[in-house]
Design a protein around this ligand. Structure first.
Ligand code: AGP
Length: 615
């Protein structure tokens, strides 16, 4: 996790780095720091607080015209979030500076070696070990900074995205990556570096995404130079054109990114469908799927691997693929899958799902599945992300930047893409007949408008939240396609409001959770008309008999559940397979309002980070 920003050029680096760090705070916000330098002066400022506080701290210091700088917003791995552990870190000579994202796994061994050579450490971080290792390499080998970084990194086990600066070489930055993303913006005689491209969106459209095991030398006024770290071969960097603009990453009048992103869902889903759902031709066209359709049609099994919300989308995918493709599906937590020595058949199709495309466990699981010969077809939001590069083929969700830590539009667009894939493959395989296929396409094409309409009138959700924002617990129940939605609803509430919440398949309630139900327990039940309506009505009766407070998500016009539940939220009517696209919405808003009423930081909940790039 952690966010990195750096700049070298003729502009003032301070506002570029501060603004950039604020855009990257979704990656971590335990502490922050900045280093600024010109040929004669330099200054380091660090705070065990957010970037806003860093800015205030810098304002207290005397001003000087810097030409180079680097900044960091931290999600603590080694050492508590305090000033000493905040980045940038300094080498013992005081010449070398580093900002680092990732984990150096063998830092302890390296540190012991450096202590033997009389190095002193002032923080508990692995990053301080790395910068001193680079310094020692420079001394031993008598090589230039870039070479020293390269030699040092070849001794490192773990993951890194780093920027290194040497005071003796004020016109140069050295950046390198393995497992932690780094984007380099190319300006006129200047370079911008970011953990993603958002820090420099307004300055340049040209970006080089460093590949794993690559090091780049950024010399002011010279072209970028990239080499492979292990085999020391010069690489021709691929320059991409940025598609996102500044508007995409601003709040646009909303109080929080999460709220903005909830309300962006009609547009995000339209974008996910655009050019793929072709109503006039009664077709679904996903070129990468067509290219690999035989892999899917001949698959013995589909394995979906993901974490968190993306794993929940994967569970919806299980229902979709099993219904429409009639192929067995397993949905795996990437973190469990990778350490289990999983059995993978050559005719398995593996679908990793990830918003960020950087989740370390998902990335590692892909590598294992690939080594075992599986075909990998990814579903990602972030274009050019590590996961999207690691797969054999895949589909982007096109949700646009998701900045709120709690995933919202990423989830519904993942389900949209999974629906498109399942329908297309089901039609190809002959499981879905022509008429039914047409009906599904029509329905899917109407989803964005129906969501737009639903989002116009959501005041009742806020009102319901006023009754429950002080509850210590909450239970979420759903069946079939809406069981994963129950899990997702519980996750949303937990992560942003810190209320303990559990999601369960409704029928499973009798096997334990029912013991929790009394007059103080709010139970959110997804009770949409299609699917297992009668069964879920019985579950509602069971909760009512035990005096639980029922918040029911029902289909528009429902009368039965209305008589039983304490509160109802009506959602648009749909086929069962598309109901998660609607039933998720009130749960996102319910969590949002509860978190606000509890005074929680909705966009940056405690202890969390948007991309989990450490295992
Ligand atoms: C959900 O709100 C969280 N942000 C988290 O569970 C997230 O879905 C998970 O970390 C996976 O991230 P990814 O989709 O970027 O791989």
């Amino acid at each position: 996790m952690c966010g990195i920003v750096a700049y070298i050029g003729d502009k003032n680096p301070l506002p570029i780095i501060i603004e950039g760090l604020q855009r990257l705070e979704y990656r971590g916000y335990d502490s922050a720091g900045i280093f600024l330098s010109n040929k004669s002066e330099n200054s380091t400022t660090k705070v065990a607080a957010k970037v806003e506080d860093l800015k205030l701290e810098i304002e207290k210091k005397p001003n000087f015209k810097a030409t180079v700088g680097m900044g960091h917003t931290r999600w603590a791995t080694h050492g508590v979030p305090n000033q000493e552990n905040a980045h940038p870190h300094l080498s013992n000579s005081g010449d070398l500076f580093i900002v680092h994202n990732g984990i150096i796994e063998n830092y302890d061994v390296l540190k012991k070696e450096l202590i033997k050579r009389e190095y002193t450490f002032y923080s508990e971080t692995d990053s301080e070990v790395l910068i001193n290792l680079i310094e020692e390499t420079q001394k031993q080998e008598q090589v230039k900074l870039g070479k020293a970084v390269q030699i040092a990194l070849n001794q490192v086990v773990g993951a890194y995205g780093i920027v290194v600066f040497d005071r003796k070489k004020p016109d140069e930055l050295v950046v390198a990556r393995l497992g932690s993303p780094l984007a380099i913006g190319l300006g006129k005689d200047s370079f911008y570096v970011g953990s993603d491209a958002t820090p420099f969106l307004e300055y340049t459209r040209d970006v080089v995404y460093l590949e794993d095991s690559e090091i780049a030398i950024l010399k002011k006024g010279k072209p970028i130079k990239v080499r492979n770290i292990s085999d020391d071969i010069e690489v021709d960097p691929y320059i991409e054109k940025l598609k996102w603009n500044l508007e995409n990453i601003q709040k646009g009048g909303y109080d929080h990114f999460m709220l903005k992103e909830i309300f962006e869902q009609p547009q995000a889903i339209s974008n996910a469908l655009r050019g793929r759902l072709l109503m006039s031709e009664n077709q679904i066209q996903i070129s990468s799927l067509t290219e690999h359709e035989n892999k899917f049609l001949n698959a013995r099994r589909i394995l979906i691997i993901a974490c968190g919300t993306s794993w929940h989308a994967g569970l919806v995918g299980e229902y979709l693929f099993e219904s429409f493709l009639r192929v067995p599906v397993e949905v795996e937590y990437a973190s469990e899958f990778r350490y289990r020595n999983p059995i993978i058949f050559p005719d398995d199709v593996v679908i990793p799902i990830s918003q960020s495309g950087e989740t370390a466990d998902t990335l590692a699981a892909i590598k294992i599945a690939k080594e075992k010969g599986a075909f990998i077809f990814g579903i990602c939001n972030v274009v050019g992300s590590s996961i999207s590069r690691e797969t054999h083929g895949g589909v982007y969700t096109h949700a646009g930047p998701e900045i709120g830590v709690a995933s919202t539009k990423a989830f519904t667009t993942q389900i949209t893409v999974l629906s498109l894939m399942a329908l297309k493959l089901g039609e190809l395989k002959g499981v879905i007949g022509k008429v039914k296929f047409h009906d599904y396409l029509t329905e899917l094409s109407q989803v964005p408008d129906k969501i737009e309409c639903f989002l116009k009138n959501t005041n009742n959700i806020r009102e319901i939240a006023t009754h429950y924002h002080k509850s210590p617990n909450c239970l979420y129940l759903g069946r079939g396609y809406n069981f994963p939605v129950a899990l997702e609803g519980a996750l949303k509430l937990k992560e942003i409001s810190y209320i303990h919440a559990e999601g369960y398949p409704a029928a499973e309630m009798k096997h334990g959770p029912i013991a929790l139900i009394d007059e103080n327990m709010p139970v959110v039940v997804i009770a949409t008309k299609k699917g297992h309506y009668d069964k879920i009505v019985s579950n509602i009766q069971e909760i009512k008999s035990r005096k639980g407070k029922i918040i029911a998500i029902v289909t528009q016009g429902d009368t039965t559940v209305k008589q039983l539940a304490d509160h109802v939220i009506e959602i648009p009517e749909s086929s069962e397979c598309f109901s998660p696209l609607f039933s998720t919405l009130p749960l996102q808003l319910f969590s949002y309002h509860i978190a606000l009423m509890r005074g929680c930081n909705v966009d940056q909940p405690r202890n969390l980070a948007k991309s989990v790039t450490v295992e």
